[in-house]
Design a protein around this ligand. Structure first.
Ligand SMILES: Cc1cc2nc3c(=O)[nH]c(=O)nc-3n(C[C@H](O)[C@H](O)[C@H](O)COP(=O)(O)O)c2cc1C
Length: 348
């Protein structure tokens, strides 16, 4: 069955995805300085009672023992250029043990050939831990069996459902049919055979939204706050021949709840799901701050994309840098592991 929201011809789809990749790499589409990360300081410990070499950054999530709390945030899928990028990312993730979110699997809902990308990826990288992805607007018009079907070829550990209302408004022909989003999500959580994680794409979460999600059976919320890649800006650049959307993108160019405000929004609430942190995370120290504030897993999108345009080796180098910086942050706050950083308040 072809969904109304999925009728886009393949050539248009591939063009849009290629533009996203290219435009996302330009600095003007980053909301640099707005993440709020500079407001948070980790407290220096002048006399750590540990050895740097013994610092452990292992963690557990999704019933997995993970070598680090890191994730490549969902980016791309379903087109030739994306295949190459995903191949490089999967190679790096298999080697480092980082989780890998794949981009929206929307195309799989209406094109049987889209599965080939994953068969190839899985053949080459059988051990990489993949997380599927679908937009909330597509979820509303799909059954949980259809979602299970798109997850099967990637052998997904979980699925990200992304919600990106601003992007859909600014994107010419964006999908803005969001009515029924909470009940679609609730139904998915009840019926899907893998954990469900709701994520933003760079505009964060308010207290009210976090609370509305508390009883629906989500495994986690990835806050993906303001401070990094901004989809209102990206779609504004793409909307060259659409003055309505282009002008609106200027008005909304700093729209969103910052990554730090989103994380702080979780604090007063007794939430039943894990909090994952992303949106403008650009160093291991940024990651350490989010971990100290309660994030279980930390996601990076744009910097990984940047490295992926070079090679899987460049991605691995970036990942090792991030891991090293997290270890320094643990050492210099006097903590031997992530649990200790989270259980003893080390930030101000
Ligand atoms: C090129 C590109 C494509 C993206 N596509 C998706 C997507 O298909 N699904 C999704 O949930 N998020 C998508 N995102 C959003 C990221 O997962 C992430 O939430 C956002 O970019 C903020 O992280 P960053 O500041 O580290 O880039 C995309 C990001 C980039 C850069």
């Amino acid at each position: 069955m072809i969904k109304n929201s999925c009728k886009e011809p393949l050539a248009d789809f591939a063009k849009r995805k290629a533009e996203h990749i290219q435009i996302a790499l330009e600095d003007k589409h980053q909301t640099t300085g707005l993440s709020g990360l500079d407001r948070i300081k980790l407290i220096h410990e002048a006399l750590p009672d540990i050895n740097l070499a013994e610092i452990c950054i292992k963690t557990q999530s999704l019933n997995l023992e993970l070598p680090s709390p890191f994730l490549v945030s969902s980016m791309t899928a379903g087109h030739k250029q994306g295949e190459k990028i995903n191949y490089a990312i999967a190679k790096a993730c298999e080697q480092t043990g980082w989780l890998m979110g794949i981009g929206s699997q929307r195309r799989q809902l209406y094109d049987n050939e889209a599965i080939l990308e994953w068969i190839e990826l899985r053949k080459n990288f059988p051990k990489v831990k993949l997380i599927g992805n679908i937009g909330i607007a597509q979820l509303i018009t799909s059954s949980h069996e259809e979602i299970e079907k798109i997850l099967a070829p990637i052998q997904a550990e979980a699925i990200f459902v992304h919600s990106n209302p601003l992007q859909e408004c600014i994107q010419p022909a964006g999908t803005t049919e969001y009515k029924g989003s909470l009940s679609a999500l609730t139904h998915l959580c009840k019926n899907l055979n893998v954990p469900v994680i709701l994520k933003e794409t760079g505009c964060g979460f308010s207290k009210n939204t976090l609370l509305r999600l508390n009883d629906i059976g989500l495994y986690a919320v990835d806050i993906s706050g303001l401070g990094g890649t901004h989809w209102g800006r990206i779609e504004g650049t793409r909307a060259k021949n659409h003055p309505l959307q282009q002008k609106a993108s200027k008005v909304f160019e700093d729209w969103g709840i910052s990554t730090i405000d989103s994380i702080l929004n979780t604090h007063a609430l007794d939430l039943k799901y894990e909090i994952w942190g992303s949106g403008g995370i650009r160093s291991g120290l940024d990651a350490a701050k989010l971990i100290a504030l309660g994030s279980k897993i930390i996601g990076f999108a744009k910097p990984i994309l940047q490295a992926a345009t070079q090679s899987s080796g460049a991605i691995i180098e970036y990942m090792r840098q991030i891991e090293f910086e997290l270890k320094i942050a643990l050492f210099c706050t006097g903590h031997g592991n992530i649990k200790s950083l989270q259980e003893n308040k080390s930030w101000e």
